[in-house]
Design a protein around this ligand. Structure first.
Ligand code: UDP
Ligand code: MG
Length: 345
């Protein structure tokens, strides 16, 4: 674990809390106060370094959010702000904050105080015990509306069907170590779905459970339309299952069409049941239809490959490399160290 600051006691990690904010003027002052107080407590307890901080990312808000962030940054030395040029969405705002933060560990959390900020201390503990990624997992959704709760269940089920690996009941409240963030940097895809990418990084992970509360103030910035967009993003960014379905359909329909064509041909050539003009109408339809869907299936198979190549995700992340044995260590236990070779004059 790197420790970037010389002024800190050895072993203390520098923690950054990244908070995406979109039109959050109602909650920002309170959120700022609570996050700052939490950092103060963790510093006093000796768990994190004194130069730890909070980065508020203004995701192109139209209200006083940025003015409040600037004000907080002037008043509180631990607070810093980052303003995106326009609204780019929650995922991009979180990423911008994470890529800017230079802490040894970075926690991302929403501004609305729905996630229990006390869980951050437990996340730091898990990290100090060796976890590179600590997922915040809510243990109940009782405070969510009926709609929100059920749409969330539907969301996880749909994604599981399409083979997208997700941590259940985990939103974007998590801690990542410096090396996990550096690994994340290598995922250059523009269509970002962090919840799907972070598990792909690997490394040791841990889970911290917490209770999700109601929004402190303001309204959800995630209406149904944005949730559907996010679900579509998750599926199309992580799964070629829809394309595979087309490929399989292509082969099945082609086989069926060929069978029907053979039957039409047989009726018209070897029986007298065919109405004049019937075979010459039906045959082109079945043959061409079959070939078309087969071609779509073949194109789908290649498209799936191109999709994988274009994303250029890292093929592996190395976790550790063995260090060479220190000088004088016996190569095999119990054996004397080999003498340095001397060249006879
Ligand atoms: N957010 C953002 N950009 C957006 C939408 C939301 O940065 O385009 C932030 C928002 O300010 C909040 C977090 O993302 O800190 C989660 O949003 P919200 O609480 O509205 O979502 P919900 O908890 O209802 O799913
Ligand atoms: Mg919220």
């Amino acid at each position: 674990m790197s420790n970037s600051s010389g002024i800190n006691a050895p072993g203390r990690i520098k923690l950054h809390i990244v908070v995406p904010c979109y039109n959050e003027e109602e909650v920002l002052p309170e959120a700022c106060r609570q996050f700052d107080a939490l950092l103060g407590r963790l510093i006093d307890k000796g768990k994190i370094a004194a130069d730890s901080g909070i980065i508020f990312v203004d995701d192109g808000s139209a209200d006083a959010t940025w003015a409040l962030i600037e004000q907080a940054a002037r008043q509180r030395p631990r607070v810093a702000g980052l303003k995106l040029s326009r609204n780019r969405g929650h995922q991009n705002a979180v990423l911008a904050g994470m890529m800017t933060a230079d802490g040894d560990a970075v926690v991302t959390i929403d501004a609305d105080l729905q996630d229990d900020i006390e869980a951050i201390e437990r996340m730091v503990d898990r990290h100090l015990e060796g976890a590179d990624i600590v997922y915040g997992v809510r243990n109940e959704r009782a405070t969510d509306t009926f709609f929100k709760r059920n749409s969330a269940v539907l969301f996880y089920r749909t994604l599981a069907f399409f083979g997208v690996e997700l941590v259940h009941n985990h939103a974007d409240f998590r801690l990542m170590s410096r090396r996990a963030i550096e690994a994340l940097r290598d995922y250059r895809e523009v269509n970002l779905y962090l919840r799907g990418i972070v598990p792909l990084i690997g490394y040791r992970s841990a889970v911290v459970e917490y209770e999700r509360r109601e929004r402190f103030a303001g309204e959800s910035k995630y209406p149904l339309s944005k949730m559907i967009k996010l679900a579509m993003q998750a599926i199309t960014s992580f799964s070629t299952v829809p394309l595979q379905i087309i490929t399989v359909t292509g082969f099945v329909v082609f086989a069926g069409a060929m069978a029907v064509s053979a039957w039409v041909l047989w009726i018209s050539l070897f029986t007298d049941r065919a109405v004049p003009g019937w075979a010459s109408t039906v045959l082109p339809m079945t043959v061409l239809g079959g070939i078309q869907i087969l071609c779509l299936g073949v194109i789908g198979a290649y498209l799936g490959k191109i999709y994988g190549e274009v994303k250029a995700r890292p093929r592996y992340v190395i976790e550790q490399i063995t260090q060479p044995a220190p000088e004088g260590t016996p190569a095999v236990a119990g054996q004397a160290p080999r003498e340095t070779e001397t060249v006879a004059p």
